[in-house]
Design a protein around this ligand. Structure first.
Ligand SMILES: [Zn+2]
Length: 387
């Protein structure tokens, strides 16, 4: 049976993306090294490199002499080849970022809003700010835009439900497609965290990455060979609502004992209040500070929360069988104590523990993680769009 032509161009795109990814991760790098890392043949690498050169995506970065023969030319990404726009909407603010292929920020804006603001007012303001940055990018260097939302997103870019924003059935992608050139991506915030870590952060060599956003809720994102796992309806990694203890406390979803009801920042704070027998809300900064000063109440509240966190993350590790788990979100402020505790439990109780270890690490971003990841969604399509 003849192979459809579409497959050829798809293969070509995939090879170019593979080469571009390896160059971004390892530059300066020679063609020979690219072939070794990607497993592609020399001639396939040569063709992909030629095409990427023609699109101005690659540039020469000097030479190296490796053994006898001619010196090898080293390649790197042309940082000015493309610019990405990313935005992240959170409960009371949004962020907009303009950055280049090495994740260097060229422009940024953070804007607060009243949590009661209707969705279309937030989006109107956000679109204006995004368009202001968009207008400064030469069209042939514009690669795309993505926005992250803490909620469930349909494959067509409609926010089905974002409980903390109180958004339901909001056609976010259409807002931006009316004002910007495609591609426009709308992504769940934890999913975009995974994308950010894969392209620019602590998981650039991962084949199966799990990113967990540990905040007032718990969100998850999974990247399998660089592709987002989203499920059929876009709700594929709603890890916060797997039930850990069905006699546990009520969750905001209405059920009892969900992972985020027992292991989130909210659960930690409520434990700290109970231990200290006080009625006012304690800020995370105060808990982290007390923990760093070895105060018993903070250690106890964190340890009780960690019991559930360890259990939940181990369950996820057994389902996804990842090589890397990245812990992001506000609770990552507890630093190596958090990642070490979760890492040792996962690697003790994981079914595959006997033959390999899972790397459990903290996020490499202090802020803007989701905005970077949302913008980086355009990286995979950039090669295709520009053919
Ligand atoms: Zn729940």
């Amino acid at each position: 049976m003849p192979i459809p032509v579409a497959h050829h161009s798809l293969m070509r795109e995939m090879n170019e993306i593979a080469v571009m990814t390896v160059v971004r991760q390892h530059a300066p790098i020679s063609r020979r090294q690219i072939a070794e890392i990607t497993g592609l043949t020399k001639s396939t690498v040569t063709v992909a490199v030629q095409r990427l050169f023609a699109k101005n995506i690659l540039m020469e970065r000097g030479t190296v002499t490796a053994g006898p023969g001619r010196p090898e030319i080293l390649l790197g990404l042309n940082p000015n080849a493309g610019f990405l726009l990313g935005a992240a909407v959170d409960v009371a603010n949004y962020q907009v970022l303009l950055f280049d292929l090495q994740a260097r920020i060229l422009d940024q804006k953070v804007m607060g809003f009243d949590p009661q603001t209707p969705a279309h007012d937030v989006l109107d303001a956000l679109v204006q700010d995004v368009v202001l940055m968009y207008q400064h990018i030469p069209r042939d260097q514009y690669w795309g835009f993505g926005v992250s939302i803490p909620g469930i997103i349909s494959p067509t870019g409609v926010v089905i439900n974002a409980p903390n924003l109180k958004w339901r059935h909001v056609p976010v992608r259409d807002y931006f497609l009316n004002r910007l050139e495609a591609p426009v991506f709308v992504v769940n915030d934890a999913a975009s965290g995974a994308v950010a870590e894969y392209y620019f952060g602590n998981a650039q060599h991962s084949d199966l990455l799990l990113y967990l956003s540990l905040g007032m809720g718990i969100g998850g994102g999974a990247l399998i060979a660089g592709k987002l796992f989203e499920g059929v309806s876009g709700a594929g990694t709603e890890v916060g609502h797997m039930v850990i203890d069905d006699n546990g406390p009520y969750c905001r979803c209405g059920r009892r004992g969900c992972f985020e009801a027992v292991a989130s920042l909210r659960a930690l704070t409520e434990r700290a209040m109970r231990i200290r027998d006080i009625w006012h809300w304690i800020d995370l900064d105060a808990i982290v500070d007390a923990f760093n000063h070895e105060e018993d109440w903070a250690r106890q509240a964190l340890d009780e929360t960690l019991r559930y966190l360890e259990q939940g993350v181990t369950n996820l590790a057994n389902i996804f069988d990842p090589d890397t788990i990245i812990l992001g979100g506000p609770l990552s402020q507890f630093g190596p104590y958090l990642s070490d505790r979760i890492g040792s439990r996962v690697n003790r109780d994981m079914m595959s523990a006997e033959h390999r270890a899972i790397s459990v690490r903290l996020t490499s971003f202090n802020g803007f993680t989701s905005a970077f990841g949302a913008g980086a969604m355009a990286l995979n399509t950039a090669v295709k769009v520009r053919l």
